[in-house]
Design a protein around this ligand. Sequence first.
Ligand SMILES: C[S@@+](CC[C@H](N)C(=O)[O-])C[C@H]1O[C@@H](n2cnc3c(N)ncnc32)[C@H](O)[C@@H]1O
Length: 269
Amino acid sequence: MLIDRLSPVLERLPLLPFLFRVYERAVALTPRHYRRNRTASFAPDALPIPPPHLMMTVAGSPESAVFFDGGYQAAAGIREILQRNEVAIEGRRSILDFGCGCGRVLRFWRDLPGTKVFGTDYNPELTAWCAANLPFAEIATNKLEPPTNYPAATFDFIYALSVFTHLPEAAQTAWMTEFYRILQPGGLLLLTLHGEHYASRLTESERREFRSGNLVVRYERSAGTNLCNVFHPEAYVRRNWDKEFEVIDFIAEGARGNPRQDVWLFRRR
Ligand SMILES: C[S@@+](CC[C@H](N)C(=O)[O-])C[C@H]1O[C@@H](n2cnc3c(N)ncnc32)[C@H](O)[C@@H]1O
């Protein structure tokens, strides 16, 4: 495709991440999306709905129905994979939504009895919205790379939905070490990743890399935005994070609310 051939040139544009944010805002303002969102300021859960451009940044669509239904599905998917491993989210004492965006999933933990709910993201516009509108959660803003300000062993469950899908390898490695630090021994980590399903979208040379068990990273300089896309072969995950984390479950294309990403559940060693 033309865009694939242009990408080495585009990638070098210093303003590319900024231009991508402008594009996200422009899509959110198109009359079709504007009309559809005009009437909705509260979702079925009676919590506020974020502005369209923030929903666009986290869900790839500025529409409230897509945002809410996707978040509902993702939260149900988290419950499901925990349950099939005999864990109830209600039994967790302290959970972190890493890359929480504007609370698409976080909002579904409002009524958890006895669980402290935390969210963090590197985009301050997203975390400001969460802090103002989701008062049951403790919200922080982190840097693109670790550390966080959380003390060691703060959490017994961390999840990051479609976050490593937008982070280059060095940042991922650093975050896995940080997750190890802030998770309690035996604590659980859930990640959703672009796996085999996405191989058909890769160029031939990228697919060769992927099939050799290597990570494929596009638009590395736009790390953290949805322009930076990362693809994880199953073999890469099993090989690289094994020292700190044991894989306890893997469902290919099983990430509800983030179709068709793979879902991985790890236990901190
Ligand atoms: C595709 S969105 C998904 C948001 C949210 N997890 C959800 O499922 O709705 C990716 C999110 O990861 C966040 N993100 C990217 N890099 C990050 C980093 N280094 N630290 C924290 N958040 C990050 C982005 O700001 C964005 O909110």
